[in-house]
Design a protein around this ligand. Sequence first.
Ligand code: ZN
Ligand code: ZN
Length: 127
Amino acid sequence: MNRGLNRAEQPQLQAAVVLAQCQSTPVVFGIRMQHDGSSAWAATWAFAISAARAAREGYTRTKLAGSFVVATQYPGCPGCGSASFAQCFACKSLGCWSGVDRNWKCPACGDFITLDSTIREMNAGPD
Ligand SMILES: [Zn+2]
Ligand SMILES: [Zn+2]
């Protein structure tokens, strides 16, 4: 009889924080992403953070992949209250987004882009 231990599963990342910038104010903020156990990451919380602290926390060290949704309890951008967020194709930064107008200006690099696809991956740091 085989009494060997099964190899442990890789621990699953259940929550992480991604960094974003406000489009209309100088606010930098963290977005808490939670994994629901399937394949979707849900944005559940947003909080203003200083750029210096964001750099210290290493919010870009891990890559999140899958699909991303905004949870109903997401409080919106701490700078302007925008209900959602978007990702720049050019520099991969995240910024707040109204969730309505598909023409979007990246707050990090200033590029004007048309949002026509969903986010597939983003850089994150520890919760
Ligand atoms: Zn904003
Ligand atoms: Zn950009």
